[in-house]
Write a protein that binds this ligand. Structure first.
Ligand SMILES: NC(=O)c1ccc[n+]([C@@H]2O[C@H](COP(=O)([O-])OP(=O)(O)OC[C@H]3O[C@@H](n4cnc5c(N)ncnc54)[C@H](OP(=O)(O)O)[C@@H]3O)[C@@H](O)[C@H]2O)c1
Length: 281
C-alpha cells in the first residue's frame, strides 16, 4: 500500500494509472493528488475518483511520496522549475515522458531519485507494456512502489540502463502504431475481397488475437509456427512470397530504427527549451 502519490498533469495516462491503483486498492483516494490546469478536468477527476486536485504543480509535488510526471514533453521546460525545491530527498520522481532524459529531469529539478519509464497506449485498458529504469539512489522499497504503479497499467519490464528507454520507445511505445496500421491494412484487404467492413474487422482482430495467444501459449519461435502452416505450393507460401517481395521485414525494421533515432533526438531537446512541434508516444 502506498502512503501517497501525486500526478503532475491529469490527462489520459494519469487517469489510467489512478484507475489501476484504486482498483487494486494500492492507495487510498484521499492520498492521491493531481495538479491540472483545467478547472473542468479537475472537477471531473475529483467527482469520478474522490481524489485531491489542485492547479498548483508545486503543491502537488510536495504532497506525494511518489510524484508522477504525466505532462506532454513540450511543457516540461515550463514545469521543471516549478518542481525545483519542492521535492524532498525521500520522494521518488517518476517520469513517463517520451524523450525526457534522466539527466534533464535531475538537472531541472535538482532531485536525484528518479524513475524513467515508457508505457504505451494499451495501458489505458490495463494491457500496456511499460519499460523502466531507475537512478542508483532509488531504494529497493521505491523500486517496488514504482513497479506497482506500472503494474496498474499492465505488464512491466525493468532495464538496468537508460539506453534501453529509447529502444523501448521505438518498439513498445510506438508499437501500437505498427499494429494498428497492419490491422487496418488487413481489414482493407478483406473488404477488397468482398467481406463487409464489420465482418472484416472481426475476422482480422480475432485472427491477430488468436495468433498472439497461440505464440504465447506454445512458446515456439514465430518462424516455426509460420512454417507449420506453410504447405508446399499453398496459400501461405504464396502470401509469404509477396510479403518478402514487397520487403515487409525491411520496411518494419526501418520504421523501428527511424522511431528509435527520433527518440534519441527528442532526448536532446525535450525539457531544454520550447519545442516547436507536439511530441507523440
Ligand atoms: N498516451 C499514451 O499512450 C502514452 C504512451 C507513452 C508515453 N506517454 C507519455 O505520457 C505523457 C502524458 O501523456 P497523456 O496521453 O496522458 O497526455 P494528456 O492526456 O495530454 O495529458 C497531459 C495533461 O497535462 C496537463 N497539462 C498541460 N500543461 C500543464 C502544466 N503546465 N502543468 C500541469 N499539467 C499540465 C494537460 O492539461 P490540458 O489538457 O489542459 O493541456 C493534460 O491534462 C506524455 O509525456 C507522453 O509522452 C503517453
Amino acid at each position: 500500500m502506498l502512503d501517497s502519490i501525486s500526478f503532475i498533469g491529469g490527462g489520459v495516462m494519469a487517469e489510467a494509472i489512478i484507475q489501476g491503483l484504486l482498483d487494486k486498492n494500492f492507495v487510498a483516494p484521499e492520498n492521491v493528488t493531481v495538479s491540472e490546469p483545467r478547472d473542468k478536468r479537475r472537477v471531473e477527476l475529483t467527482t469520478r475518483y474522490g481524489i485531491q486536485t489542485t492547479a498548483d504543480n508545486r503543491a502537488a509535488a510536495r504532497a506525494g511520496a511518489l510524484v508522477v510526471l504525466c505532462i506532454k514533453p513540450q511543457v516540461l521546460t515550463r514545469v521543471l522549475p516549478e518542481l525545483k525545491g519542492n521535492l524532498r530527498d525521500e520522494q521518488l520522481l517518476i517520469s513517463i515522458l517520451a524523450g525526457g532524459r534522466i539527466a534533464t529531469l535531475a538537472g531541472g529539478t535538482g532531485h536525484n531519485a528518479i524513475v524513467r519509464a515508457m508505457p504505451n497506449t494499451p495501458a489505458q485498458i490495463g494491457a500496456g507494456m511499460t519499460v523502466w529504469t531507475v537512478t542508483s539512489n532509488v531504494s529497493e522499497k521505491q523500486r517496488e512502489q514504482a513497479r506497482a504503479v506500472f503494474q496498474a497499467l499492465g505488464k512491466e519490464m525493468f532495464v538496468d540502463d537508460e539506453k534501453f528507454l529509447d529502444m523501448a520507445t521505438a518498439v513498445s511505445g510506438t508499437g501500437p502504431t505498427y499494429t494498428f496500421l497492419v490491422l487496418e491494412a488487413l481489414i482493407d484487404a478483406a473488404v477488397h475481397l468482398g467481406f463487409s467492413r464489420d465482418q472484416a474487422h472481426d475476422i482480422v482482430l480475432e485472427t491477430m488475437r488468436g495468433s498472439i495467444l497461440y505464440a504465447e501459449k506454445t512458446g515456439k519461435h514465430p518462424a516455426e509456427l509460420r512454417n507449420q502452416v506453410t504447405s508446399p505450393g499453398g496459400t501461405s507460401a504464396e502470401a509469404i512470397y509477396q510479403m518478402e517481395k514487397g520487403s515487409l521485414r525491411t520496411v518494419l525494421s526501418k520504421a523501428v530504427w527511424a522511431a528509435y533515432q527520433k527518440s534519441v533526438l527528442l532526448g536532446e531537446t525535450v525539457g531544454k527549451g520550447d519545442l516547436k512541434k507536439p511530441v507523440d508516444a
